[in-house]
Design a protein around this ligand. Structure first.
Ligand code: HEM
Length: 407
């Protein structure tokens, strides 16, 4: 008895050492037969003759052909030949043990719900036992096939992490069902996790003669064309795209008339090209400002149109050129070389009233300030000259005149 127990302990120890089991795995393997047998009732037993690598129960086999076996305290020990083909019936703990039957360790697989095709199954029930046909080579290999099979579709569809997790895989038990794999509309399984949304459908070109729904779907993704009813469509007659006449003339393109465009107006004459002359050195506007300040004082006097005419461009013996701007007579002779428009233009108004022409040419020019030192008098009629003698009174530094004293 003692020797038997010692041998049993040694065998178990040797098996544990060989398998490299951890303590919790040993407890799991020891307790699973009890739990499964006691609460789950009869279990299927695979007797495909594979080598024992799955769960191991410790039990005794009753006899060698009568089908009585005690599957609670036995199991195949490492190195022992398989006796599964001798096991006909698996009985419960409460079944009476036949003392005459030699006990032998038997591997009893308790938690294999299904097996692959071609594997013999013995389904044990309490008090009864049914046996399915078993392969003849079950003596040599009692190994429990892993479920699902290595080449099954279920294993291929499972994440490898689930199958490899030791806490989730109970030897001899069925694994979790495969995770649902979302499929696309075309039947192609998606590789994305099920929590993520599938990508949007690929827009399909509208084939001619397709249905109305397909037309609406394709119109959602298609670019609006000129014939579409979208608000972004460009109207066929876009007058805003017509090149304006000014730009087209500059580019040398004939202008395109549109019904919304105003007709071209020619109310204003084309601008006159500038006629600035190249002034001689020392005759810039700044030079004139300095030169005007140094001009000698000239007493103002009454000047008649006849006298003004003697200071014109022609038949001018004095070579002094006068002009009238708004009633004031100016001797523009010193300004001639400083005039940006040239002497010729300035002499056009010599000996006469030049107000109108001056304002037509450059009304922005402050002539009163520019010609302050050139003023010689005021323009009076011939009748007024005959009445009174004009006497120049004011001879100040700024060239001002006392017009009251002239009267
Ligand atoms: C008598 C007093 C006049 C004074 C003080 C005067 C003064 C000036 C000044 C300061 C400018 C330069 C304007 C600028 O750069 O914007 C100018 C330009 C010119 N002036 Fe006179 N001017 C006088 C009379 C005249 C007259 C009578 C004519 C002849 C019609 C004339 C014809 C011009 C022309 C053609 C220019 C060139 C305009 C241009 O730059 O495009 N000016 N003048």
């Amino acid at each position: 008895m003692f020797i038997g127990i010692a041998a049993l302990v040694l065998a178990v120890s040797a098996y544990i050492y060989k398998e490299g089991l951890r303590p919790h795995e040993i407890l799991t393997r020891l307790t699973s037969p009890f739990v499964l047998w006691g609460f789950a009732g009869p279990q299927k037993t695979i007797t495909d003759g594979s080598e024992s690598k799955g769960s191991i129960g410790l039990g005794k086999v009753k006899g060698s052909g009568n089908g009585a076996a005690e599957g609670v305290a036995g199991g195949y020990k490492a190195g022992l030949p398989s006796r599964r083909d001798k096991v006909d019936t698996v009985v419960d703990d409460d079944e009476e043990e036949d003392p005459t039957t030699p006990t032998a360790p038997v591997k009893i697989e308790l938690s294999i719900p299904e097996v692959d095709a071609g594997v013999g199954v013995t389904q044990a029930k309490k008090g009864k036992a049914r046996r399915r046909p078993v392969d003849d080579d079950s003596d040599e290999d009692l190994r429990v096939p892993m479920f699902p099979a290595l080449n099954s579709a279920q294993r291929a569809s499972k994440p490898s992490s689930i199958l490899q997790a030791p806490s989730l895989v109970v030897p001899g038990s069925m694994g979790p069902p495969p995770l649902p794999v979302p499929k696309l509309a075309g039947g192609i399984p998606s590789l994305a996790p099920p929590s993520l949304m599938p990508p949007p459908p690929i827009p399909i070109r509208k084939p001619p003669g397709s249905s109305a729904a397909a037309n609406a779907r394709s119109a959602q993704y298609s670019r609006p064309g000129p014939t579409g009813s979208s608000s972004l469509a460009v109207p066929p007659s876009a007058s805003s795209l017509v090149v304006p006449p000014s730009a087209s003339s500059a580019l040398g393109v004939p202008p395109q008339r549109s019904s919304l465009q105003l007709p071209p107006t020619h109310s204003q004459p084309p601008p006159k090209p500038r006629q600035k002359v190249i002034l001689t050195p020392g005759h810039s506007p700044l030079d004139w400002a300095n030169h005007q300040r140094n001009l000698p004082f000239v007493p103002l006097r009454r000047i008649t149109p006849s006298e003004l005419a003697t200071h014109g461009a022609r038949k001018n013996e004095s070579k002094l050129y006068w002009t009238v701007l708004e009633g004031k007579v100016y001797d523009m002779t010193p300004y001639l070389p400083y005039h940006p428009g040239g002497e010729k233009e300035l002499l056009r108004v010599a000996g006469k009233d030049g107000t109108k022409l001056f304002n037509l040419t450059h009304p922005w020019v402050n002539w009163d300030n520019m010609l302050r030192g050139c003023e010689v008098g005021i323009l009076v009629s011939e009748n007024e000259m005959l009445k009174k003698e004009v006497v120049a009174v004011d001879g100040g530094a700024d060239g001002g005149e006392d017009l009251e004293s002239m009267d």
